[in-house]
Design a protein around this ligand. Structure first.
Ligand code: SPV
Ligand code: MN
Length: 610
């Protein structure tokens, strides 16, 4: 470490920072150590280092670079992501853990000397806006300039925030190494490990580059934050945060939780609306209101299907000069190509498999797609024209509506408003979703995903639910909770909705929150009236929405909902549910059974006309 870096560290006056740094240097034995502050000079150093190290390659447009991960490292590795625990716990969740006696020596042995000949980068960030009641400082140590560069785009710099800590050890710490690289990608994937120590607020992650595995501040910090939130009485959620524009001049802030790759980013990026965040939000009660911030300041978004028709705003941002890291796309003559971009890709180029040509096969004889299904882009929200002006507001924005959505082909309606806050918590906790390419494993398997957060909940499920129910107490204004489903199909397996229809559901919800629309009360919640949707479709999508479409989409599939309730009863059978939650479940089943007795397996919306 040179004198400049040493001075930067010493200026923080933080014994815990020093202890972690010394320990990491001793363990990883880097050839060089560099400390990164909030300065533009340091930011440039990282951008250039990522190119120099060949972790990124420049593309034609200014500010655009591409990064590749190993073909085996292009999604979150759930199997090797584990909590490090001193003793076993029973949280009523299917968590993956390893006892510290076993896990610490293992991961330390993988980290031993792993940075020999490499440069260690020490950076400081702040989760949430700086200098705010939401701020959580975090220190990242890594040998990857790509990881640091991604974090510089995605998070607020926090070197000054660490000074504000005045020596306190209340911060998160992440140690990462991409490990041995061959052709610039992690070679020892069999030794990929991601171990999260909830007791010490620190994470070790090794032999990976995919940002969901490597970027400490994203899903790894999120797990630490959920536990901290639980202890301190706030919420850390897998949620977007957006400003929805109803009537002219009116902005209503929404948060929404959706499982990975189920439309969360594209909701937050809906045309005509403003984005605060697309992935993780912290919610606190301030002066009788729920207020929320985006933990991040950038987007690590799925690029598949970003095209001028479905995602015009992101498409524009990704095809004009500005700072963007593309990952796992196809590159031909300095231009990136991805799946579903609305354009034929060239027949050859460079992708995650190296030189790629149409028809290229992997070792198993399977054809290699030209780009990964989980290919991504990394961009600062401030680069977008639709960035919300309150993105960095230290007090956050007031939340008026919360949306929970899953990927459910056969059961739930496109949008429904909960009957009460508790019913809304129930709707969130019973989200089911079919698995996607965002995690390693089989796609299309129906899974129960409470609050779209099952991969990240780091506290007992019953306590987590109770915390949600209690969160509305003492509020002057209680937000309205909605459930959405963008993926409903008909009996022939055909999607019933276009990709932009979500705009209509969100605008309807915004109108409901502000008292613009009446609704039909059904056993599963309140649903829109046909005439209101027809007007919204016409005005915003210039589409003649028919009553036939409405009836098919909004019929209550009572028998299917009852099957879902059977699955939910089983899913919760092993835990002692909070009383209010158990009562919601019972009431929901009863309403559905009564409806079944009256209407049979399915009820068209007109049945609920008063
Ligand atoms: C998700 O998978 O939910 C993401 C991307 O937001 S990752 O960083 O992989 O978590
Ligand atoms: Mn996510």
């Amino acid at each position: 470490m040179d004198n400049i870096s040493r001075a930067k560290l010493e200026a923080l006056n933080n014994p815990k920072v020093m202890e972690y740094v010394e320990e990491a240097i001793k363990l990883c034995r880097p050839a060089k150590v560099t400390v990164i502050t909030d300065s533009e000079e340091d930011n440039n150093y990282i951008r250039e280092l990522a190119l120099k190290n060949k972790e990124e390659t420049p593309l034609n447009l200014e500010g655009h670079t591409v990064h590749f991960d190993s073909p085996l490292d292009q999604a979150r590795d759930k199997a090797n992501t584990k909590y490090l625990l001193s003793k076993e716990v029973d949280w009523g969740l299917n968590i993956n853990y390893i006892l510290k006696d076993e896990g610490l020596p293992e991961i330390r042995s993988f980290l031993d000397g792993i940075m020999e000949g490499k440069e260690m980068l020490i950076s400081f960030f702040c989760l949430g806006p700086t200098n705010s009641p939401f701020s959580l400082p975090a220190m990242q140590i890594t040998d990857s300039a790509y990881v640091t560069h991604s974090e510089k785009i995605l998070y607020r710099s926090g070197y000054e925030e660490f000074k504000r800590l005045e020596g306190s050890d209340d911060f998160f710490y992440f140690l990462h190494s991409a490990g041995r690289l061959v052709n610039n990608v992690t070679a020892d994937i069999d030794k990929r490990r991601i171990y999260i120590d909830l007791e010490e607020n620190r994470v070790y992650t090794v032999n990976n580059q995919y940002a969901g595995n490597s970027v400490g501040l994203k899903k790894l910090a999120f797990r630490l934050a959920i536990q901290k939130a639980q202890r301190e009485g706030w919420l850390a959620e897998h949620m977007f945060l957006m400003g929805v524009k109803g009537k002219p001049g009116r902005t209503t802030y929404f948060t929404g939780a959706f499982p990975s790759a189920c439309g969360k980013t594209s909701t937050a990026m809906l045309p005509g609306q403003s984005i605060v965040g697309d992935d993780i939000a912290y919610l606190r009660k301030i002066d009788g209101q729920i207020r929320a911030v985006n933990v991040e300041k950038g987007i690590f978004g799925i690029i598949q299907d970003v095209n001028p028709a479905d995602d015009p705003l992101i498409y524009e941002a990704l095809t004009t000069p500005r700072e963007v890291i593309f990952s796992n796309v196809l590159v031909n003559e300095g231009t990136p190509y991805w799946l579903g971009m609305g354009q034929e890709p060239p027949a050859k180029g460079i992708n995650f498999s190296g030189e790629w040509y149409k028809g290229k096969k992997d070792e198993k004889g399977n054809e290699i797609p030209f780009a990964s299904k989980n290919a991504r882009y990394t961009i600062a929200i401030s680069e977008l024209d639709n960035a919300d002006p309150n993105l960095n507001e230290p007090q956050g924005v007031p939340v008026k509506a919360i949306v929970y959505g899953g990927r459910d082909s056969y059961t739930t309606v496109p949008v429904a408003e909960s009957l009460t806050w508790e019913h809304g918590v129930f709707l969130g906790a019973t989200v089911e979703s079919e698995t996607t390419a965002a995690t390693i494993g089989k796609e299309g398997v129906r899974t129960h995903d409470p609050m779209a957060n099952k991969d990240f909940i780091s506290v007992p499920l019953a306590t987590y639910l109770e915390n949600h129910i209690k969160f509305a107490s003492g509020l002057k204004e209680v937000p309205t909770i909605f459930a959405t489903n963008y993926f409903l199909k008909n009996h022939e397996g055909k999607y019933l909705n276009g990709k932009l229809d979500k705009l209509i559901w969100i605008l309807w919800a915004e109108g409901r929150v502000n008292g613009d629309y009446e609704a039909l009360e059904t056993p599963i919640g309140r649903i829109p009236k046909y005439a209101d949707l027809k007007a919204l479709f016409k005005e915003h999508l210039d589409y003649d929405y028919t009553e036939k479409e409405y009836n098919e989409q909004f019929s209550i599939r009572i028998a299917k909902y009852l099957e879902k309730m059977d699955r939910m009863t089983k899913a919760f059978s092993h835990i002692k549910l909070p009383e209010a939650f158990a009562a919601e479940m019972e009431a929901q089943i009863k309403r559905l059974e009564e409806a079944k007795a009256t209407y049979g397996d399915i009820a068209t919306p007109d049945k609920f006309q008063k």
